[in-house]
Write a protein that binds this ligand. Structure first.
Ligand code: BGC
Length: 733
């Protein structure tokens, strides 16, 4: 046990609706010489800590991170020996509402923030001491220069104020039980710093800075001003059709930063709030704007980049880059749907469809392990998985393909990283999700009850409808089968008893049978949509004869739609894979490289620098989709990058030897597909895999690099089983 587990949660008396930040402070005078000092610290809220005026963990932002606070909160441990001077420590900790009780928590007045910490000291004579947070007179809480702080709404900072109005702290009631656990996830850090590309004067005569890239983070700016002079910045992702600043799609999130000068020169960036933006409007600023005074700071979890892709098609490369930005923008401690409007939540469906692509782009094992722990803690007793993790809304929304994150994400982590411990840790959670589904309907082999998000945002319904046409229970039953299939494989991997494995095998077979009996009628699926066929084929729900009909139907549905996609969140990740697997690689490339609406490239023709929530956030006539749901940074459709790695460049996981211990190298190259070159590389634990091909008039040259201690199965016209090394093959076309 760490000494922080003995610490008390302390808070301050704060009026309702007061969103200011407080500073908790205590001074310790040690009686002996200190040899080592470690600060263990956490907050229900967000904190920034100082010992003797020096910031502790200064590279880390948004501590202690976002977990299912009802059950657990992470603490961080920092060696602060160097901060201690003359046997004296002034501990000052700024705490704001953050994710715990800010507007994002939905009910900000329920609980205020609280702090818990312990300072462990080893003296020169080897004796030890621990100083814990408690409601003694030694601890005080003061008002601070951060007079307003909220994740969604921004920050107001009055630099004229120093901590003032010191009052006694009190014990925080009703905050326990909380497990205080050591940091499990990746730390959130600052990354790139972007300069202003141009200063725009809009038709409404507003001054707007363009950073050239839609990002998540904040602006750091320099000011030289008179005391009391005010600076106000608003943040937006896009300009409207007329070129004016557009914030309606932010809904309730204000994304506003206010800074009041203390006189003289200073540099400032918000402490406990982040914004999703490319454009910044200077609502209040001095006459002269010096663009070099502003930097946009990119902030995200500190994941290591592992994947790279390039091709002969500039727009495809741009699509790839936009997906990388989508991941950076939405991997801020938890996987979020979007980083800008009044949502920014860990939507499970979004995370599930993107987790494979994410695991190729970056090393996300640690990131997802933490989130999955919270997922299991958020599960109801009956196994239901809430649609956002950490859970925010009351427990009403449980849906297939969203809740299935419980099985899909851990299994993907196992496949990409060959780490069975994630499956072991999540096993109970995965199994109880499957039981929840099984108990949801009268027929244990179908999931045909309750609200389902379905093929969210598909285009096969009248404009403005959220749920696509594909039958929601057809979708639910396919995902049910898939989760059971994952359970079966997991049970085998974890060497569970034979009867457990048989249980899942039988359940799977029965679901498949019930699916075919219920949803296949007159040579078709009951909803004759692109997504119905994509899901049934991708998740292997049909026998060979029906597969043939299904692929033919799918191709027809694509032709009906003018050779374009009409899929939503669920069909989109797999449509290209299915086409390529079933002999229609040419059509897959056509869809991938299509520039007209609807397509992946269309947003780029409208200036997109991230992935949009809808295919038509900006419609061809330049107007916007409804302001209610129009995020310009939603990674879900960015799942297409796994097609780039796996099919275009051809680096695939061998499920029987995961973690790229054996690599399947199988590029899908089609003469006249529009590409004549593609290359991907993946940094794995064992080294870097490279796959590259180049097409000339009558031949294709493939180059593969297989890292040490791995093998590869190279699938071209012939199959080659090889060990580590570099291989080149030329084939005539
Ligand atoms: C989110 C989505 C999410 C959906 C549920 C939206 O508000 O932004 O990405 O998956 O709700 O269908």
């Amino acid at each position: 046990m760490n000494s922080i587990n003995l610490a008390k949660w302390i808070t301050a008396d704060i009026e309702p609706n007061n969103d200011s930040c407080r500073m908790f402070q205590r001074t310790i005078k040690f009686e002996k010489q200190v040899k080592k000092a470690v600060l263990n610290i956490t907050a229900l809220g967000l904190y920034e800590a100082f010992v003797n005026g020096k910031r502790v963990g200064k590279d880390y932002r948004f501590l202690p991170g976002w977990t299912h606070y009802n059950r657990r909160v992470q603490y961080q441990s920092f060696d602060v020996t160097k901060n201690i001077i003359e046997e004296y420590a002034d501990i000052s900790v700024y705490v704001a509402r953050g994710w715990f009780s800010g507007h994002i928590a939905g009910d900000p007045d329920k609980l205020h923030f609280a702090l818990a910490c312990s300072l462990d000291v080893v003296y020169a004579d080897e004796t030890k001491d621990s100083f814990i947070s408690c409601a003694s007179d030694e601890w005080k809480a003061a008002k601070t220069s951060i007079i307003f702080s909220d994740i969604y709404d921004g920050e107001t900072y009055d630099a004229r104020l120093r901590p003032y109005d010191f009052k006694p702290v009190r014990l925080a009631q009703g905050y326990n039980p909380n497990d205080i656990v050591l940091q499990q996830g990746e730390y959130v850090k600052e990354h790139e710093q972007l300069s202003v590309v141009k200063l725009i004067i809009t038709p409404k005569n507003e001054r707007v800075l363009d950073f050239g890239q839609n990002i998540t983070g904040y602006v750091r700016f320099k000011v030289k001003a008179k005391k009391g002079e005010r600076f106000i910045l608003s943040h937006a992702e896009v300009l409207d059709n007329e070129g004016n600043f557009y914030i309606e799609n932010l809904r309730g999130a204000k994304q506003k930063i206010e800074y009041i000068s203390n006189g003289g020169k200073s540099e400032y960036s918000p402490h406990f709030s982040f914004q999703g933006f490319r454009y910044v409007r200077l609502d209040e600023w001095q006459e002269n704007v010096n663009i070099s005074d502003f930097k946009a700071i990119v902030v995200h979890s500190d994941m290591k980049r592992t994947g790279y892709f390039e091709s002969s098609d500039k727009m495809l490369n741009k699509l790839y880059e936009n997906t990388i930005w989508g991941q950076k923008g939405n991997f801020l401690d938890i996987p979020t749907d979007c980083p800008q409007r009044d949502e920014r939540l860990g939507w499970t469906g979004d995370a599930q469809v993107f987790c494979k692509a994410a695991s190729y782009n970056y090393d996300v094992k640690k990131f997802f392990s933490k989130w999955l722990t919270d997922l299991s803690l958020c599960q109801a007793m009956n196994g239901a998985v809430p649609s956002v993790i950490p859970v925010k809304y009351s427990f009403v929304n449980v849906s297939s393909a969203w809740g299935d994150a419980a099985t899909i994400v851990p299994y993907q982590m196992y496949l990409t990283y060959n780490d069975i411990s994630i499956l072991d840790n999540q096993y109970e959670s995965m199994a109880s999700w499957v039981e929840y589904i099984k108990n949801s309907s009268d027929n244990p082999y179908l999931w045909d009850t309750g609200y389902q998000y379905g093929d969210w945002l598909a285009l096969d319904v009248p404009f403005g409808t959220y749920r696509g046409k594909t039958n929601q229970y057809l979708v639910a039953t396919i995902y049910y089968a898939n989760s059971v299939d994952i359970m079966k494989k997991t049970a085998v991997l974890l060497k569970k008893k034979k009867k457990v494995i048989k249980y899942y095998q039988d359940l799977y077979d029965n679901i498949k049978m019930a699916f075919n009996e219920t949803y296949w009628k007159d040579e078709k699926l009951i909803t004759d949509t692109q997504t119905s066929y994509v899901l049934a084929l991708h998740f292997n729900m049909l026998n060979e004869e029906r597969q043939k009909k299904a692929i033919a139907n799918l191709v027809e549905r694509i032709h009906d739609f003018g050779d374009k996609i009409s899929t939503g969140f669920l069909g989109t990740p797999y449509i290209l894979h299915v086409l390529a697997e079933y002999g229609y690689a040419d059509l897959a490339y056509k869809l991938l490289l299509e520039k007209e609406y609807p397509s992946w490239m269309y947003p780029i023709t409208k200036g997109a620098t991230t992935i949009w929530e809808h295919w038509d956030n900006i419609k061809p006539d330049g107007t916007f989709w409804s302001k209610d749901m129009n995020s310009f940074n939603h990674y879900a459709y960015g799942s297409v990058v796994d097609f780039m790695y796996e099919k275009v460049a051809g680096i695939r996981i061998d499920e029987s030897k995961p973690g790229f211990s054996n690599i399947i190298l199988k590029p899908v190259v089609v003469k006249g597909c529009g590409l004549n070159y593609a290359k991907a590389s993946l940094i794995t634990k064992k080294g870097t895999i490279i796959s590259k091909w180049e097409m000339s008039k009558d031949s294709i040259t493939y180059t593969f690099v297989v890292p040490k201690n791995t093998t590869a199965t190279i699938c071209l016209k012939e199959t080659y089983n090889v060990g580590p090394g570099e291989y080149t093959y030329t084939e005539n076309i």
